[in-house]
Design a protein around this ligand. Structure first.
Ligand code: THU
Length: 140
């Protein structure tokens, strides 16, 4: 077992599977404009894994990030309990989610552990609330 925070633990088998997933899915990234490929693997409490890669567009703002694609795939399949997100881009040392992704995760996966990896398989771990402490919420 790999202890990845005070609360959450994933086995070596699962972490290896998540690493394989991000390496595989980032090959599907559509990033002709930024040339930055990103892969995400979202690990659910029931053991399911959903992957995502970034999908850009010539109308730049409608580009979608890897981590939101993974989460939207999962939500649309009925998933609601998320434990861990692994993010990887070979071009960046331990890529972090953008503000838009943090806002979306804050609403749909507030207790998730964000895990990010570089090409040397060095990891950093961030409980979501350490990256976005006061997300926007509608109070009505
Ligand atoms: N991107 C992601 O997919 N995830 C992130 O965490 C940050 C940025 C994508 C969006 C765009 O296709 C490219 O990376 C450059 O911003």
């Amino acid at each position: 077992m790999v202890k990845i925070s005070s609360k959450k633990v994933v086995s070596k088998k699962i972490s290896n599977e998540l690493i394989r997933c991000v390496q595989r899915v980032l090959k599907n990234a559509y990033a002709p404009y930024s040339k930055l490929s990103v892969g995400a693997a979202l690990y659910c409490a029931n053991g399911n894994i959903y992957t995502g890669c970034n999908v850009e567009n010539s109308s730049y703002p409608v580009t979608m990030c890897a981590e939101r694609i993974a989460l939207y795939k999962a939500i649309s399949e009925g998933e609601r309990n998320f434990l861990l997100l692994l993010l990887y881009s070979p071009a960046v040392d331990r890529i972090l989610p953008c503000g838009a992704c943090l806002q979306v995760y804050a609403e749909l996966a507030p207790d998730i552990l964000i895990t990010t990896m570089n090409a040397k398989k060095e990891f950093s771990f961030y409980p979501l609330h350490t990256l976005i402490s006061k997300p926007f919420r509608l109070n009505r």
